[in-house]
Design a protein around this ligand. Structure first.
Ligand code: PEP
Length: 247
């Protein structure tokens, strides 16, 4: 049995004052029914660690440098994330791939860096609307997954989480139907199974893209959907707690 995981992605939102009530509500409201984490902007890692330590909520970051240390202005290393006891780091989020031109090779390098530093990578894959409309969904997500399998080895997925996030569903209010999402999740798991069936059976594959309390239960009930990567709805304590309760 794979334990469900719900990860909040705060994106570039938050403030010290606002985070305080959100983190406290999550720390108090999350039980042991599923694994839960929030990936916060870098400056708030200290606050997340301070307010969530001892709770059932883990924390992490939204990106990491592929480099260990050095003259890389603006970058944050995995050792720095580990300094703040981060459990997870998002890698290859579509906003990084699109807005910061991150390609499959950089995603592979970042996954390697995260694993070497002991922080679990949440590796994001997903197709754009144009790619879906052109019938390229399978080809795109398999290409993104294969880059990781080739570059890091299937054993990397033993210590990682995969997230399927159709780009057209992120922040748009438009969610993939449970059947659409399940189809891609099954495809991804099947692809990993061709390399290692045991790793594939254990791998948690999250769905992301306008998950909210109203649709979480139907999505999480699918056999290959092991939880969610939640953006906007993770910024509202009651909504995020309701999504977690749907597990
Ligand atoms: C995300 O940021 O990964 C995401 C899925 O966002 P939203 O839930 O807002 O669509």
């Amino acid at each position: 049995m794979r334990r469900k995981l719900v990860v909040g992605n705060w994106k570039m939102y938050g403030s010290v004052a606002g985070n305080d009530s959100l983190l406290k509500a999550l720390g108090a409201g999350v039980g042991q029914g599923a694994d839960v984490a929030v990936c916060v902007p870098f400056p708030y890692l200290y606050q997340a660690q301070a307010l969530l330590s001892g709770s059932a909520v883990a924390w992490g970051a939204q990106d990491v440098s592929a480099q260990g240390q050095g003259a890389f202005t603006g970058e944050v290393s995995v050792a720095m994330l580990a300094d703040f006891a981060c459990s997870y780091v998002l890698i290859g989020h579509s906003e990084r791939r699109t807005l910061h031109a991150e390609d499959d090779a950089l995603v592979v390098a970042k996954v390697k860096a995260a694993l070497a530093g002991g922080v679990c990578p949440v590796i994001c894959v997903g197709e754009t609307l144009a790619e879906r409309d052109a019938g390229q969904t399978a080809a795109v997500v398999v290409r993104q997954l294969d880059a990781v399998l080739r570059g890091c080895g299937v054993e990397a997925l033993d210590k990682a989480v995969l997230a399927y996030e159709p780009v057209w569903a992120i922040g748009t209010g438009r969610t993939a139907s449970p059947e659409q999402a399940q189809e891609v999740h099954a495809l991804l798991r099947g692809r990993v199974a061709t390399a290692d069936a045991e790793v594939a059976a254990k791998l948690r594959i999250l769905y992301g893209g306008s998950v909210k309390a109203a649709n979480a239960q139907a999505l999480f009930a699918q056999p290959d959907i092991d939880g969610g990567l939640v953006g906007g709805a993770s910024l509202v304590a009651d909504e995020f707690l309701a999504i977690i309760a749907a597990v």
